[in-house]
Design a protein around this ligand. Structure first.
Ligand SMILES: Cc1cc2nc3c(=O)[nH]c(=O)nc-3n(C[C@H](O)[C@H](O)[C@H](O)COP(=O)(O)O)c2cc1C
Length: 201
């Protein structure tokens, strides 16, 4: 099976999902590697509540195998109070097997987020998502300033990762700069994974 970059996201209202799709397109621009889009279930304040096995919309849920066998990981979450959303944190808190077995060591990773306000914590959220990936031994990649949209954007986009400013009725519509930077992240992680020797699964 062709090696793949796992694009793993959580999205409540769809903006982060739109980013994930553009990132997956960026991955698919690179030959000999593909994107695998996966999501994580919501968590409920009622501990007895459970999600259906197949989500109503978006990608299917990420399995242990999806995570274990990826050649690289691109992780995305909406910003919640300057941090990643609980469902993504909950998912990561359950990755002890991958950590014990060193499944993600030396694999490239990147992060992305969406906020409703310009200075509402995109960079702190991006960094919060990097921390568990560092514990997993992953190689964190950002976005280099050779991507011209990084200097010209008036919406989202950060050297720490792709981001989106989700405003009002157009919350799910990404700007051209945001799309360009999402694709750049996907492409970069895919290329680095191949350079690091990603092989068939
Ligand atoms: C509980 C909660 C906390 C939030 N915290 C922030 C925040 O700290 N900064 C911000 O700009 N937006 C914040 N938002 C807005 C979301 O980050 C924003 O709507 C995001 O685009 C949602 O992504 P989604 O459409 O993928 O669910 C928050 C939203 C919720 C529900």
């Amino acid at each position: 099976m062709t090696p793949y970059i796992l694009v793993l996201y959580y999205s409540r209202y769809g903006a982060t999902f739109e980013m994930a799709k553009q990132i997956a397109r960026g991955v698919e621009q690179v030959q000999a590697i593909e994107a695998r889009l996966r999501t994580v279930p919501a968590v409920s304040p009622l501990t007895e509540a459970s999600e259906p096995a197949i989500p109503h919309e978006g990608a299917i849920y990420c399995s242990e195998e999806d995570l274990k066998n990826c050649a690289g990981l691109i992780l995305g979450s909406p910003t919640r109070f300057g941090n990643m959303a609980a469902p993504m944190k909950y998912f990561l808190d359950n990755t002890s097997n991958a950590w014990v077995n060193g499944d993600l060591i030396d694999k490239p990773a990147a992060v992305f987020t969406s906020t409703s306000t310009m200075h509402g914590g995109q960079e702190s959220t991006l960094i919060s998502m990097m921390l568990p990936l560092i514990h997993h031994g992953m190689i964190i990649t950002g976005i280099p300033y050779s991507e011209s949209a990084l200097s010209s954007t008036t919406t989202g986009g950060s050297p720490y990762g792709a981001s989106h400013l989700a405003k009002g009725d157009d919350a799910k519509i990404l700007s051209d700069d945001e799309i360009s930077l999402c694709k750049a992240v996907g492409k970069r992680v895919a290329k680095i994974a191949l350079k690091l020797g990603a092989t068939d699964v």
